[in-house]
Design a binder for this molecule. Structure first.
Ligand SMILES: Cc1cc2nc3c(=O)[nH]c(=O)nc-3n(C[C@H](O)[C@H](O)[C@H](O)COP(=O)(O)OP(=O)(O)OC[C@H]3O[C@@H](n4cnc5c(N)ncnc54)[C@H](O)[C@@H]3O)c2cc1C
Ligand code: SF4
Length: 479
């Protein structure tokens, strides 16, 4: 064992400093500073190099965390980066936005023994940023291009990871996306204060330079059918994510200034990227000076409340029907939101939206938590005579997402979906019921995490390669 490790009893846990609350509320920049080299080395040396590393076990990508921590502690930063990127196509993204408190760090052995987890996410971000700064991250150079092409629908993390893996093996890859920029929710969903957009743009630029073709503003279902794409390519990956906003059917739902979360977040992200956004520029989608109520308790709700704070809202309330302990959102993000001045109204559910044309207030009920339901979570029950009103000029609904009706949208009625509308794939091969059509990411899992989308994209690439090799063998047999 290197003498450089196991320092967790001598060196306390330290994350890179968070920017001052008042400062970070003023802009959309990321809130965590970066480690300086010395700190990253020190913090990595706290790792106890567990025989069974629970951090790795609980990482969807099985990242070899203890080994790259050791290499970082020893100052072997290039090797640390190479090891980290060998299992992850965008470690600088995961380092920033993975809910480490629920995955690697939440399961770190020294955290369990009361010493405070190794700050894995911050080290991951550090070693990847260091690799970019040193020019170690280069476009893929394909020596022998294979004369088979894969069409990928969706340029979110699942599509991008699959594309990179296939291109590395020499396949021709074209990514189709209905947005004007690649990145999926990395570019238009997740706000800058969690993930600055240069991070996403830098990655997609690299993939373009690697020979991957990007076709933007191309919606499968409108600009072509799935069948037409199948004819054009040897295999297809569907990685379209889930975008149908869940609704609440309440009186007053059609009042003005009630928006779905993605409309609000996309407008804000587009403004950050320098675009003209009519609904924002005319003030409608801008929270400035308004009393904002966000309904929901997940990560999307946290992103909405914190965006509203940065847009200078008069007040920002988050309405959630369960309590803090039962919130689905990352505890770290809830804490950040609280620090920034968001008021959480726990155990409260909306009953009616009130206003003449525009929303003016919400009628809400207090909730108590009853017996656990079939999922094991305690059921929210309305408390009798508990009604009260909350003033609001703008309501943002962040109640989650469902898949769109892809078989109809794609003009492929025969494409099989689950009862939740997610695409059905073979568990082992990730192939749908249509031969040569694979699927990955949120569209097979339902709304999930970036790290799972990357994992799916990588697994899909392995399966697509097997399929294409078999296709070649079959063609050779016929010839
Ligand atoms: C607001 C918000 C915040 C989040 N924060 C986090 C976080 O902090 N950490 C985390 O790990 N996860 C977070 N997530 C979840 C994460 O972003 C997703 O799990 C992940 O992006 C899914 O990747 P994907 O590639 O499957 O789909 P997406 O990223 O959704 O990409 C799908 C792409 O497909 C394109 N597309 C869809 N339909 C078509 C079509 N018909 N034709 C052409 N293109 C199409 C879309 O334009 C999009 O670019 C967040 C999600 C949201 C909504
Ligand atoms: S669980 Fe924690 S201490 Fe153990 S190997 Fe992983 S990071 Fe190191």
């Amino acid at each position: 064992m290197s003498k450089k490790m196991l320092k967790f009893t001598d060196i306390g846990q330290q994350n890179p400093p968070k920017r001052e609350i008042d400062l970070r509320k003023e802009d959309f920049k990321e809130i965590y500073d970066e480690f300086i080299n010395e700190k990253a080395t020190q913090q990595s040396s706290r790792c106890s190099q567990c025989g069974v590393p629970f951090c790795q076990v609980h990482c969807p990508l099985s990242n070899n965390i203890p080994d790259w921590l050791k290499l970082t502690a020893e100052g072997r930063l290039k090797e640390a980066y190479e090891l980290s990127q060998s299992t992850n196509n965008m470690p600088e993204v995961c380092g920033r936005i993975c809910p480490q408190d629920r995955l690697c760090e939440g399961n770190c052995v020294i955290e369990q023994s009361g010493h405070g987890t190794v700050t894995i996410g911050s080290v991951e971000k550090y070693i990847t940023e260091n690799a970019w700064a040193n020019g170690w991250i280069k476009p893929i150079k394909v020596k022998n291009e294979i004369n088979q092409s894969v069409g990928i629908i969706g340029s979110g993390p699942a599509g991008l990871a699959c594309a990179e893996q296939l291109r590395t093996s020499g396949y021709k890859v074209t990514i189709y996306d209905r947005y004007d920029r690649p990145g999926g929710l990395l570019i238009y969903g997740i706000p800058n204060f969690k993930l600055e957009k240069f991070v996403v743009e830098r990655r997609t630029k690299l993939l373009k330079e690697s020979g991957i073709k990007f076709v933007q503003n191309f919606e499968v279902g409108k600009d072509s059918t799935l069948e037409e794409l199948r004819e054009k390519h040897d295999a297809i990956l569907i990685a379209t994510g889930v975008y149908k906003a869940r609704e609440i059917d309440l009186p007053g739902n059609d009042l003005e200034n009630i928006f779905p979360a993605m409309e609000f977040l996309t407008a804000s992200n587009k403004k950050g990227l320098g675009d003209k956004v009519e609904l924002f520029d005319n003030g409608k989608l801008n929270a400035e000076g308004k009393n904002i109520v966000v309904i929901g308790g997940g990560d999307t709700a946290m992103d909405c409340v914190r965006t509203a704070i940065r847009q200078n809202a008069k007040s920002v309330k988050c309405l959630y029907r369960r309590d803090k302990e039962n919130m689905p959102g990352s505890a770290r993000e809830v804490a950040n939101a609280e620090e920034e001045g968001v008021e959480f109204v726990w155990l409260t559910a909306p009953k009616e939206f009130i206003g003449k044309n525009k929303i003016e207030s919400l009628k809400v009920n207090k909730i108590k938590l009853g017996e656990p339901d079939e999922t094991g979570r305690r059921k929210p029950e309305i408390q009798k005579d508990s009604e009260f009103e909350i003033k609001s000029d703008m309501v943002i609904k962040a109640l989650g997402f469902d898949p769109e009706d892809l078989p109809t949208l794609f003009g492929s009625k025969e494409l099989q979906v689950s009862r939740w509308g997610t695409i059905k794939t073979d568990f082992d091969t990730m192939e749908t019921n249509l031969p040569g059509v694979f699927a990955a990411g949120d569209i097979i899992r339902g709304a999930s995490l970036v790290v799972w989308a990357i994992k799916d994209g990588r697994d899909a690439a392995i399966n697509i390669k097997k399929f294409l090799k078999q296709k070649t063998i079959n063609q050779e047999k016929v010839a």
